[in-house]
Design a protein. Structure first.
Length: 94
């Protein structure tokens, strides 16, 4: 699971660069809904640079559910990315 998009890898290859040499960061937010009512949010972010990766995620209750049940999950992972794109986890904390 590399965080590089295919066009970025293609461009890096065309320029004679290793894709692992290009630092990449990404962040995404998602809402969970039940019958059209927001009940939670998921936030994820990560980076991939110099053969190493880092990723975090957080899930929070929200909307009507958040009023009645307050919960969250927070996780972090890091490790290395081999030249062939294989991800090797090094640490996970939840």
């Amino acid at each position: 699971m590399a965080l590089f998009s295919f066009p970025a890898r293609l461009l890096a290859t065309g320029l004679g660069l290793s894709a692992a040499a290009l630092p990449v960061a990404a962040a995404e937010n998602f809402d969970f809904t039940l019958a059209g009512i927001k009940v939670g949010t998921l936030t994820m972010d990560g980076s991939d640079s110099g053969g190493a990766y880092r990723a975090t995620s957080r899930i929070d209750s929200a909307g009507v559910l958040g009023v009645f049940a307050d919960f969250f999950f927070h996780g972090e992972a890091s490790g290395t990315v081999k030249a062939d794109g294989t991800v090797v986890p090094g640490r996970f904390v939840a």
